[in-house]
Design a protein around this ligand. Structure first.
Ligand SMILES: [Zn+2]
Length: 359
């Protein structure tokens, strides 16, 4: 079904006026991402990944990633090099240590890695010249707390940016709409969306502006990304894939060729017209950026940023002794696994085990 639909789209695309946009730049970016992803396994190159990563690359190209820089929610860091066009980031972070261990092995562009919860960033205020999070904050239990935390550790004059989902990501997915339309599968449709995305509050552009102003940020811009037509088509494929687990094996050469053609004939022209189609039809995501108020005064710039790390339980300073971080106030110990500090209270039950393993 996946292959047939792909082939059908490829056959129809030349007839559609909406798909005739000049999209050489987008095709080049797709080709680059496709090439970079050759060794990432069969699940990786999907229309959803390609569209969101290429759009992110275009959005982040304009961002000033001032040092010291912090990225929140890097996952396995597979597309970081592509999205950031080889720019260096001082600290890459994620809640999941196993993802970070993988990131360490695949040449992601980070000076150091650290595991922590984005709702409780274990650094002193005003530590970073730029703080950003690419397609990640909507996985937090409470993304508004995560946004406030990002703003807190960003220094005056520093840049803050992140991507967030709009409610369209839940309400406008063709496969889920079809399930609902069949009338007898509302629970399945609901469970299916929940298995991918936590229930959360969806924010409007004015609400981001208000929250960020309240956290001390000015010049806030909210850019709509991934237009509704593009969103529908990438999620159609994504949900089909999730549901039927197609692509659980390496794609055949024929399938890979058909997918590449689909990316070039359908996804690339939609990406080229993304801003225009977002205005006309609505958007799936928001790319939000702002500048922290005040004169640049980078307290952390000269020092090693790790010296500004604090205890996630009580926010006191940490000392590094015998391969472990110790809180100078509450005496909690935080292990370092594969060179990656785990500064999160989420791991408390397994800390002793991790500390023992490290020695
Ligand atoms: Zn403490």
């Amino acid at each position: 079904m996946f292959d047939s639909f792909c082939a059908l789209c490829n056959r129809l695309a030349p007839e559609e006026d909406d798909l005739q946009a000049d999209c050489e730049n987008e095709r080049e970016l797709i080709a680059q991402l496709y090439k970079d992803s050759k060794n990432c396994g069969p699940f990786f190159v999907t229309p959803l990944i390609v569209a969101t990563r290429v759009r992110a690359r275009i959005n982040y190209a304009k961002m000033n990633i001032a040092e010291p820089s912090l990225e929140i929610g890097i996952g396995t860091g597979l597309t970081a090099r592509f999205i950031l066009s080889d720019r260096h980031v001082n600290i890459g972070s994620d809640l999941f240590i196993h993802d970070l261990v993988e990131a360490k092995g695949n040449g992601a562009p980070y000076g150091g890695l650290m595991a922590f919860d984005m709702m409780n960033i274990p650094f002193l205020n005003n530590t970073f010249g730029s703080v950003f999070s690419i397609h990640s904050i909507y996985h937090a239990e409470d993304k508004i707390t995560a946004i406030r935390e990002m703003a807190r550790v960003c220094s005056p004059g520093g840049t803050l940016c992140f991507d967030d989902v709009s409610s369209n990501v839940v309400s406008e997915r063709p496969f889920v709409l079809a399930l609902n339309d069949l009338r007898v599968f509302p629970k399945s449709a609901n469970d299916f969306v929940r298995s991918i995305l936590k229930p959360q509050r969806y924010l409007e552009p004015d609400e981001y502006r208000e929250i960020l102003r309240d956290c001390g940020c000015d010049d806030v811009e909210v850019i709509p990304s991934i237009s509704l037509p593009l969103l529908k088509i990438i999620y159609f494929f994504y949900d089909l894939q999730r549901f039927f687990e197609v692509y659980s094996v390496l794609p055949s050469e024929r399938r890979a060729k058909s997918l590449k053609q689909f990316l070039d004939c359908v996804i690339a022209p939609l990406l080229a017209r993304d801003r225009e189609l977002c205005e006309k039809e609505g958007a799936g995501f928001w790319f939000v950026h702002g500048t922290k108020r005040g004169h640049p005064d980078l307290e952390g710039a000269s020092a090693d940023v790790i010296e500004r790390a604090v205890c996630p339980a009580c926010r006191s300073r940490l000392v590094f002794v015998a391969g472990i971080f110790h809180c100078t106030s509450c005496a909690t110990k935080f292990p370092v696994v594969n060179g990656i500090p785990i500064l999160s209270t989420a791991y408390f039950p397994s800390f002793n085990e991790l500390i023992e393993k490290g020695h």
